[in-house]
Design a protein around this ligand. Sequence first.
Ligand code: ZN
Length: 425
Amino acid sequence: MPQTRHRIRTPRRTSAFVGITALALAVSATASGGMAGRPHSAAGPVAASNESAVAPCRITGTMGVQMSEGMPTPPGYSRSTGEVRALNLMIDFPDAKGEGTALDRLAEFFPQTSDWFRTSSYGRLTYHPEAPVRTWLRMPMPFAAYGIDRGSAYEPGYRQLVEHIVKAADSEVDFSRYDLVNILVTPNAGPSALDTVLSVTFSGNAEAPVADGVPLANTSFVYSRQDDGSGAYRETGYRVLPHENGHVFGLPDLYTSDGGATVGHWDIMSEDWGANNDLLGWHKWKLGWLDSSQISCATKSGTSDHVLSPLAVGTGVKLAFVPLSERSGYALEVRTQAGNDEAVCKPGVLVYKVDSGVDTGMGPVTVSDSTNSSGGCTRRANVHAELSDAPFRPGETFTDEAAGISISVVGELRNGSYQVRITRP
Ligand SMILES: [Zn+2]
């Protein structure tokens, strides 16, 4: 049996939970069978001509870490580039009958989720949401009978629920056609997301129930509504789904028991409530949305200069990486208010440490704050304030004295790119 572990976030604000419970099941050593009649390729970077130059920056996974920042992402997760087909099933229960139509529930997440992925991936992921069953699928047992709570393991409740979903849908659905599954639960089943976030993803789970010859290995469950009462639900409520699907593609949770204090609003795997935000450049490389020609790998000892164009812009070098070891290093990227980044109040060079030896929810990424204890530059709801002014501006320098590393922002060029100077042993 795959081992189960889970992370449960703790509230940082009185009004809303800002994160999502994630359960990651261990990935079995063998890849699961092909889905949708084509090879079930693992998520991973696109090859490019300077592959060997960036090899030292491609930090690898670590034994014993279930969902890591390492590359490549192990087999068993959904593909994250090209045409990705998502099966959406809307379910309700005898004691929580769907309010409104099932298609209304679907419309809370689409087309925004597909648009979000197209923007974040620069068009490298084309997300096809399909809903072959147009009505609520009624489960045979009351919601409470499944024993689903925050942090519930896959066994036994989720296995039973998935078996019931397969039984209810199988006559109308060919499960082998899809890369991932979204279960959109009627919002009146279970607690409000303001009190308890139940939404969860089981990914890389080759031992999930099988339908049409394939295990439902990568399945996201979305409950309730992430409505903080600010009136922004229609714009931002869908964002739980790109977060949950991030797990399906192999990304770990970046929030910790301290909420968003390590990465703030700089990645949707850290905060998925509030204003729209993007993924870190590291995640985009891991998912295959940046190719190696867009990575500047700082291996040379001494001083080197690097020019980075804003992450939201499709072309150019996006990410500089300073490897410290085979499992960690510093990443640098330019973040501006553009693309999926809606709440950037201090554009500049974001510096963060990536450690593939740290598991999901334990802080595998740590953002360096250029202005410690400033209180930040945003007052937007559900955006971590302290790290909102973390980027480094021209003239500002990040140093790691123990590692002998300094990273200085030399200046901003006329085309919006930034020149960065890295000094390393
Ligand atoms: Zn999560």
